[in-house]
Design a protein around this ligand. Structure first.
Ligand SMILES: [Zn+2]
Ligand SMILES: [Zn+2]
Length: 428
């Protein structure tokens, strides 16, 4: 924590150093002449059905290549039908080369459906369902890590690789399927960004005998200015990082203890993680009363740690949302961002991270669609289950703030998908 004790925003236009990736961001607060006017657009309410027969992710539906999804009732993970990475073939194993200019890489890609229902999002899921997603991430990380280690063995390669878990949400982030899902890409190398981070973590640990992110999280916990949410019980904290480049970028990390990967989380820490992820996502949606687009990803030890105690990695989540002022006004990374500091991760921003954190703290932690619908008795913990109760009673006001017409959709969903809906409703 001492390392960060002098961390202070500069005066006027200033540069900030990103501790994680060894790059700078230019902050120009005077460019934000436009005062914050709060919500200027009508809340966006989704009219998605709970089941869509045209969705390739819904339970029981057909996917590319003649595959059919099982009628899953929880988290469902499958091989990506269009993988960006491929496992080695027998021929590859024989011809493995040493040329690093065009290094041959291998891996595989999976898709994880977070929920059988088409119309929910992580922000609107019940606590227990979010816990299932985290458990799904733990399992897939372990399995994919083993698969990469096996590939390396086959290739006579080093014990090296990475499992990248992420979610792209919203059309603005290039995600065309509204069904709640994320992806898992596993590979026989460590990509640049986590590689740089882990190098920084190791150096910091050697030099200061302290974990960099843990110290930083403790500093932010004391400082409060950039904190958006804290789960005191389990030690998770969400902050707009001092060096944030995207207007509402967030970092979710541990301020209590060193955890190298999700596999080292206790049950209480997993519970707390589900709580803070939900809070962050609800605040995001509430900021502009819209389903907030983002890319979210998890950084942790590259492969399941063999010696967790000595592992320098620190599990954390990055949220990179593109929105700047409203549901439709986004930040573009162009001009100086492309030319000035070379990498897309070292940029210029107008709103300070402290202002962004204050705005995220100011919005309600209750999802905006609940008040749109006049539904007042759903507390955060009830989430989808509570909302679904409303579904059942009113037959109209669904999870996403859907109007009467959706009552029909909902009913169809129930008939078409008794199992899936049973899970969301009351049966379990
Ligand atoms: Zn679907
Ligand atoms: Zn990271």
């Amino acid at each position: 924590m001492d390392y960060f004790k002098n961390l202070k925003p500069g005066q006027g236009v200033h540069r900030r150093f990103n501790e994680l990736i060894n790059k700078h961001v230019l902050v120009s607060p005077h460019r934000t002449k436009r005062p914050w006017k709060g919500q200027v657009e009508d809340p966006i309410v989704s009219d998605l059905p709970s089941y869509d027969k045209a969705c390739y992710l819904c339970p029981g539906n057909e996917r590319a290549g003649g595959y059919t999804n099982p009628r899953y009732d929880s988290v469902f993970t499958f091989d990506n039908d269009y993988p960006a990475l491929l496992p080695p073939t027998a021929e590859d194993v024989e011809q493995i080369g040493e040329d690093h200019s065009g290094q041959q890489v291998y891996g595989r890609c999976k898709v994880m459906c977070f929920h059988p229902r088409h119309d929910v999002t992580l922000a609107r899921m019940a606590h227990d369902d979010i816990v299932k997603v985290i458990r799904g991430w733990q399992e897939v990380y372990e399995q994919e890590g083993e698969a990469i280690r096996a590939m390396q063995k086959e290739l006579n390669g080093p014990d090296e690789g990475y499992v990248q878990i992420f979610e792209n949400r919203g059309a603005m982030m290039g995600c065309s399927a509204p069904h709640p899902h994320g992806q898992v890409w596993s590979m026989t190398y460590v990509p640049d960004e986590p590689h740089t981070e882990i190098t920084r973590f190791s150096e910091h640990l050697k030099k200061h005998n302290a974990h960099l992110l843990l110290s930083y999280a403790q500093f932010e916990y004391e400082n409060k200015e950039r904190v958006v949410a804290v789960d005191e019980e389990s030690g998770w904290i969400a902050v707009v990082p001092f060096w944030a480049t995207w207007p509402y970028e967030l970092l979710v990390m541990q301020y209590k203890r060193h955890i190298p990967s999700l596999l080292q989380c206790s049950e209480a820490e997993r519970d707390g993680l589900a709580r803070i992820l939900k809070e962050v996502l609800v605040r995001y949606d509430n900021l502009f009363s819209c389903p907030f687009p983002y890319s979210m990803g998890l950084h942790q030890s590259p492969l399941p740690p063999l010696n967790p105690e000595a592992d320098p990695a620190e599990v954390h989540f990055h949220f990179y949302p593109p929105l700047l002022r409203s549901a439709s006004v986004r930040k573009f990374m162009v001009g100086f961002e492309m030319l000035g500091e070379v990498q897309l991760t070292a940029l210029q921003r107008d709103v300070t991270p402290e202002q962004s954190a204050a705005k995220l703290r100011d919005v309600s932690s209750r999802h905006y669609t609940e008040s749109v619908n006049g539904v007042s008795d759903i507390d955060g913990a009830n989430g989808v289950n509570g909302a679904n109760g409303v579904h059942m009673r009113a037959g109209a006001n669904g999870v996403n703030g859907i109007s009467t017409a959706t009552g029909g959709h909902c009913a169809n969903g129930v008939n078409g998908l008794p199992k899936a809906n049973g899970v969301n409703g009351v049966a379990h």
